[in-house]
Design a protein around this ligand. Structure first.
Ligand code: C5P
Ligand code: MG
Length: 318
């Protein structure tokens, strides 16, 4: 067989070299940020923040995350994944009438919670009503502490895809993770325990149940946390969490504009990078989310973007 050797033009090598440099310059370190489900008001500002956090290193970082519909999936195959409150709607814990009432309250107040035409201040009294009424109903049911784990097991509670990498990476890098939830703390703990990611670097601020000496629910502890008063809890808990001190950079994850105040208690804050999961009522809420969060993830059921950023921020290879 005869081979045909074409002469290589003289300019080929320098052109190839220039092309290679150009490819290197334009190659993004974050391919996840180029997906169509990722919206950013100012991409260059996001990259600046990521680089600043990387320069400061893992020792300066903390992660503050909401729980329901942020660390947990919003839906699976078109079906809603239960929130920590909704996991309690199990016949092991509450009767049919209570389940019905809780569902009615959800149908009344959830649309208010995600209403793009009302301000957080306008929504606040409705949120207080919703949480207060549901907590009263739960107390009347005399929920037993020792049945919570079984109720979680029987539920379809599910953390977002990539959660293992997220929790494992943070614990390995000794980066504290503060989970800040208006859900039910006892249920939240059980969900992450059953997913085997309740590591010592995980701290939780949430609504905790108060059980009597026989293990029956009698009240909720402390000040009520709902979607739009997280700032108050952020300020009051700030002093108590020693592990979070001296970590001025924050990666904040949430699914509500109310979650943006979760880092308000961090002292001497430097770089705060915020990621918002836009799960529901996408068109109505897109503008406000893009104006408020640095990165908005539209109906993304994974932790991929957060994982990619964390991998870079906690590495010293670059
Ligand atoms: O963890 P996170 O702060 O997101 O938990 C609060 C969420 O729980 C709210 O976004 C709300 O939609 C939901 N919720 C619920 N049932 C209630 C109260 C709140 O599903 N009774
Ligand atoms: Mg949430």
């Amino acid at each position: 067989m005869q081979m045909c050797h074409l002469p290589i033009p003289w300019f080929y090598t320098p052109v190839r070299a220039v092309l290679k440099v150009w490819q290197q310059l334009t190659k993004t370190k974050f391919p996840e940020l180029t997906q169509s489900s990722v919206l950013m008001r100012e991409r260059s500002r996001v990259e600046e923040k990521i680089h600043a956090m990387q320069r400061a290193g893992a020792g300066s970082l903390q992660v503050i995350s909401d729980f329901d519909m942020t660390l947990t999936r919003f839906a699976l195959n078109g079906k809603r994944v239960p929130t920590t409150h909704n996991i309690l709607a199990n016949q092991l814990l509450i009767d049919e009438d209570c389940t019905k009432k809780m569902r009615e309250l959800l149908n009344t107040y959830y649309p208010v919670e995600i209403d793009a035409s009302r301000t957080a201040e306008e929504k606040m009294p409705f949120m207080v009503e919703w949480w207060t009424e549901v907590h009263e109903l739960l107390i009347q049911q005399r929920i037993r502490k020792d049945m919570l784990a079984q109720a979680v097991k029987e539920s379809s509670a599910m953390l977002r895809d990539g959660y293992k990498l997220f929790f494992n990476h943070l614990t390995k890098q000794e980066v504290p993770l503060l989970i800040f939830s208006a859900g039910v703390g006892d249920v939240l703990e059980e969900v992450i325990r059953q997913h085997r990611v309740f590591y010592p670097n995980v701290h939780i601020v949430s609504n905790y149940m108060d059980f009597d000496q026989t293990g029956v629910l009698r009240a909720f502890k402390g000040q009520l946390i709902h979607t739009f008063n997280k700032r108050d809890s952020a300020l009051s808990h700030a002093a108590g969490l020693r592990e979070l001190k001296g970590r001025p950079n924050v990666l904040l994850l949430g699914d509500s504009l109310g979650d943006l105040t979760m880092a308000d208690g961090v002292s001497e804050r430097q770089t705060i990078l915020t990621i918002g999961f836009l799960n529901d009522k996408v068109e109505e809420r897109k503008e406000s989310f893009v104006n408020s969060f640095d990165i908005v993830l539209v109906q993304d059921e994974t932790m991929d973007v957060a994982n990619s950023i964390l991998r870079y921020v906690t590495s010293s290879r670059y």
